[in-house]
Write a protein that binds this ligand. Structure first.
Ligand code: HEC
Length: 203
């Protein structure tokens, strides 16, 4: 995370007054403030940053958690092929896939720069335009969209995906139903979440 070495985090944590918290969290250890424990503490915090959404209540069996239109959108999302790539509990986030299966992505996003994706670091031709499949949790709140933020409207982002990844734009009502379904992935932010600027020592 930008430190010169893992050990460099130790004096910083001590200076910021974290020593007694680390002693409390790792009471058996002679040197509780260590890079390993720093990693464990960060992981434990990040594991609490989940945002349960209506979609989760639906998956748990609560039929009414989604509106009829959202259920229709969910059906379309899997029927037209979105779920081939956006799958798992985060609806994406796992593999890397080509952005531009059916046509060059920048013709649809109007991106100024043609980012070669994974190819930039591997120089392997089959990695050209490969990007991480975005997770779609909280997608209605996290625009602008794509790796370069080239599209700001969610319905347009859905249409770009249909066009570029599946070969054709969708009829308007279908794209809107998918957007309404995607809104069911907006969850509640945990009450203990703090923006980085309000954490001591981070500016
Ligand atoms: C072949 C795999 C594939 C298919 C099929 C696919 N996507 Fe994607 N999707 C991706 C990849 C890869 C990205 C990331 C592109 C980037 O970062 O520029 C992405 C990005 C997105 C984004 C933007 C996410 C963000 O945070 O910026 C949305 C929204 C989205 N997809 C929705 C859909 C919908 C809806 C469908 C079906 C109509 C669909 N996708 C079909 C692979 C796919």
């Amino acid at each position: 995370m930008g430190f010169e070495s893992p050990a460099a985090v130790v004096p910083l944590l001590k200076r910021l007054g974290y020593e007694s918290d680390f002693k409390g969290a790792f009471p058996q250890e002679a040197e509780p403030v260590s890079p390993g424990n720093y990693g464990k503490a960060l992981q434990a915090y990040e594991e609490t940053l989940i945002t349960p959404a209506p979609f989760d209540r639906y998956l748990a069996g609560e039929e009414d958690a989604l509106s009829l239109e959202q259920k229709e959108g969910l059906k379309l999302f899997s029927q037209v092929g979105c779920a081939e790539c956006h799958r798992g509990p985060l609806l994406g986030g796992r593999g890397l896939r080509k952005f531009g299966v059916e046509k060059e992505y920048w013709t649809a996003t109007r991106s100024e720069r043609k980012d070669p994706g994974l190819f930039e670091s591997t120089q392997v031709e089959s990695d050209r335009y490969r990007f991480r499949v975005s997770m779609l949790r909280n997608i209605a709140r996290t625009g602008p969209y794509f790796h370069d933020g080239s599209v700001s409207d969610l319905e347009e982002a859905v249409q770009v995906m249909a066009d570029v990844q599946l070969g054709d734009r969708l009829p308007g009502p279908q794209a809107r139903a998918i957007v309404v379904f995607l809104e069911s992935l907006t969850g509640e932010v945990p009450r203990h979440y703090r923006k980085p600027a309000t954490v001591p020592g981070v500016h």
